[in-house]
Design a protein around this ligand. Structure first.
Ligand code: S3P
Length: 440
């Protein structure tokens, strides 16, 4: 028997107000820092998606007590360090989870074997293993540093490391290893990436020094830091809010509000780009929540969007949002040029290839480049009427389902189960807004 797919059918306007699920990046970090800290950490608004639950389980295997106390409410008892796990640590589909945990684990005299699902086992880990090895960690695994692999940590020396690619995961792995490195660490970031680790380390009591030298960020974690448990309130995930909001822009007559969306400027490149395209997207009720700005974003049907050239330097602030931007671009008039996004090829799937293939199957004119792609919209709804292969990628699945809500004919995706890695309740939320999503 083959598992059911999910089909979205064009229909009436989407209307209503919803809350975005908790931010995935912050949810992972709250678990990991809570486990590294001494004392109790309480979390509210945690994203209870499969990725974060895998990180919670991993933290138990490194010795922390991790308990769910209610919906989105968790308690973590950390002992100020990790112990050696007695079994393989399976991080599921989560690149953020495994890369940050390897960084954190490298600081301790322990040996741990990591694995993940089919997608995660194909993703590059050398990008974190290289700096960790320079600090003195050792590892053994398959060629090119793919999972499964075994990491041996402890006795780390300090490092000043210039990131070879714009990656918050690599930056975070080095900083977390640096908590237990002699002499501390410095990460040099030519392109700013999401700064949740720096912010959260401070919230747990660490000293993190950030200096901007001509657009290049030098992030320094001096030696001898102690983390103390704290309270973390997880803001809504802009990467998830993107799906109902873009749906609101492309389905005729719609007005959709997503409340409590994090507005950290290292995450909001999509909203800026949509506004440049002429989208009717307004942000209201901007407030502070646990050190991050959040706001309520309203998207109204925007039939006159125009294609734009997305500045490549904006890529780190919207790297996960290009598939859904490409959907908006398919409804806009003219070319939307997205370049400098080679990192998309090493996400949960090759997202340049799968976005191009999915949109082409739906009748959209797409040109693929090695490190980018161009979508040529006609200003009219694309044909749709396709079965889109998602290769187990949650964002590819949600993007094409959103397209199907406003195309000329329904769109079906093959593997809806993976949506729960980042957005459990996605289909229910879209149905609640009036979207026609059914198993098929
Ligand atoms: C993340 C960083 C990004 C992003 C991922 C989450 C994080 O990955 O794509 O979904 O939480 O640090 P890279 O660091 O590989 O760019």
């Amino acid at each position: 028997m083959t598992a059911a797919g999910l089909k979205s059918t064009p229909g009436g306007a989407l209307r209503g107000t919803v809350r975005a699920p908790g931010d995935k990046s912050i949810s992972h970090r709250s678990m990991i820092l809570g486990a590294l800290a001494s004392g109790t950490t309480t979390v509210e608004g945690l994203l209870e998606g499969a990725d974060v639950l895998a990180t919670a389980q991993a933290m138990r295997s490194f010795g922390a007590r991790v308990e769910q106390e209610g919906v989105g409410r968790w308690r973590i008892e950390g002992h100020g360090g990790f112990v050696e796990p007695s079994d393989v640590v399976d991080c599921g589909n989560a690149g953020t989870g495994v890369r940050l945990i390897m960084g954190a684990a490298a600081g301790f005299a322990l040996c741990a074997t990591f694995t993940g699902d089919n997608s995660l086992r194909g993703r590059p880990m050398g990008r974190v293993l290289d700096p960790l090895a320079r600090m003195g960690a050792t590892w053994l695994g398959r060629d090119k540093g793919r999972l499964p692999l075994t990491l041996k940590g402890g006795n780390l020396r300090g490092l000043s490391y210039k990131l070879p690619m714009a990656s918050a995961q690599v930056k975070s792995a080095v900083l977390l290893a640096g908590l237990h490195a002699e002499g501390g660490v410095e990460v040099i970031e030519p392109e700013a990436t999401r700064d949740h680790t720096e912010r959260m380390l401070r919230a747990f009591g660490a000293e993190v020094l950030v200096e901007d030298r001509g657009g290049v960020r030098h992030i320094r974690l001096p030696a001898g830091q102690k983390l103390t448990g704290t309270h973390v309130s997880v803001p809504g995930d802009p990467s998830s809010a993107a799906f109902p909001l873009v749906a609101g822009l492309i389905v005729p007559g719609s007005e959709v509000t997503v409340e409590g969306v994090m507005l950290n400027e290292l995450r909001t490149g999509l909203f800026t780009t949509l506004q440049e395209m002429g989208a009717d997207l307004t942000i209201a009720n901007v407030r502070d929540s646990s050190g991050e700005q959040v706001g309520d974003i309203t998207a109204r049907y925007s039939p006159n969007m125009k294609g734009v050239v997305v500045p490549p330097e904006r890529a780190p602030a919207m790297i996960d949002e290009y598939p859904i931007l490409a959907v908006a671009a398919a409804f806009a008039a003219g070319e939307t040029v997205m370049r400098g996004v080679g990192e998309m090829r090493v996400k949960e799937s090759d997202r340049i290839a799968l976005t191009a293939a999915g949109l082409e199957a739906c009748g959209v004119d797409v040109e693929e480049e090695p490190e980018g792609f161009i979508v040529r919209g006609t200003g009219q709804p694309p044909r749709g009427g396709a079965l889109v292969e998602t290769h187990g990628d949650h964002r590819i699945a949600m993007s094409h389902l959103v397209l199907g809500l406003a195309a000329q004919a329904p769109v079906k995706i093959d593997e809806p189960g993976m949506i729960a890695t980042s957005f459990p309740g996605f289909a229910e939320m879209m149905r609640g807004l009036g979207g026609d999503l059914v198993e098929a």
